[in-house]
Design a protein around this ligand. Sequence first.
Ligand code: UDP
Ligand code: MG
Length: 321
Amino acid sequence: MAPRLSFTIPVLNEQEVLPHLFSALLELRGKLDQWKCEFIFVNDGSHDLSANLLDQFAQSHEGVTIVHFSRNFGQQAAYSAGLSLACGDAVIMMDADLQDDPEQVLLLLAEFERGFDVVYGIRESREAGWLINVAYTLFYRILKTVSTIEIPADTGDFCVMSSRVAKQIAELPEVHRYLRGMRAWVGFRQKGVPLPRAARKAGVTKYSLRKLFRLALDGVFSFSLWPLRVSFLLGMSVMTLAGLFLCINLLMWCLTDIVPSGYTTTIGFLILLSGLQFLLLGVIGEYIGRIFQQVKGRPVYVVARVVGGTLQKKLDWQESN
Ligand code: UDP
Ligand code: MG
C-alpha cells in the first residue's frame, strides 16, 4: 500500500490566494505519485469567501477535508487541529499563502525518506521589511539562547514530520502552543533544510504586530525560565548596589562632617526601584497568567463542522491497525 501523506494548512481570510494554492497543490499531487495524499485545511474563523471556496474544493476533489473552527483561534491552534486529524505516515505543515512553496515539499520529502523524523525549512531569506527582518533575527537568537531546549533559529512551521512526531505534538496538553518549539522538544532525528522564502502570493498578512508579539512571548515563556532568573539577578544586583551606597553614606556620616544630602538621588532611586518591582511583578504575572489559562483546561479550539472524510478515514485506519 502506498504511504500516506497529509497536508495541514491553516486558513484565515485567504480568498485571494486559495485558487492559486489549490492549483499548486494539485500539480504537486501529480508529482507525488508514490504517496497517497490528503489535504486538511483548517478554516480558522474566516469571514470572507474562504469557507465557501474550501468547501467547493472538498466537494470536487478526493482526499480533501475542511475543518471549520467556531471562531478565530489562531494559526497555531489551526495547525494543532490539522495534526490531530492527520492520518498520514508523514505530515506536512504549510501556510496557505504560498510563502511555503509547494515545490519545496519535494526537497523536504527527499530528506525525510533518508530516515529523518522531522525535516524543517530554515529561512534562508525573507521577503519582508528590514525592521521586521531585524526583529525576527534578534528574536530567534534570543530564543535560542534562553530556551531550555535547542530551538533552531530562523525556522517556521513549514516541515514534514513522521506520524509519531505529529501524534506526540497533537497530544501535548499545552494551551499556549508554540509548535516549532514543541516540535524541537519531541526530539527524534531532525534536520533543517535552508530554503528561500517567497513573498505572499496574494492578499495581506493575517499576523498583526500584536499577534506576532504574542507568539514571540509564547516562544519565550513556554520554553524558558530565563525571565524569572534575570529578574532574580537584577534584584540581587540592585540590592548589592543599594547596600554599598548605604555603607558609603554611613561611613561618611561617621567619619566626616559632610552630611550626605541628596533629594534628587533619593527620588531617583525610589522611582527606579518601584519601576523594577513592577517589571518583576509583570514577569511573574506572565507566568501566573499562563498557569491560570492552563489550569482552566479549556480546549485549544472548537470545531464547528467538518467537510470531507478524514474523521471517518481516521477511524477506519485505527480499526485496521
Ligand atoms: N492564519 C491563521 N490564523 C490566524 C493567522 C494566520 O490560520 O489567526 C494562517 C494564514 O491564513 C496563513 C498562515 O496562518 O495560512 C500564516 O499567516 P500569514 O501568512 O498571514 O503570516 P506571515 O507569513 O505574514 O507571518
Ligand atoms: Mg505568510
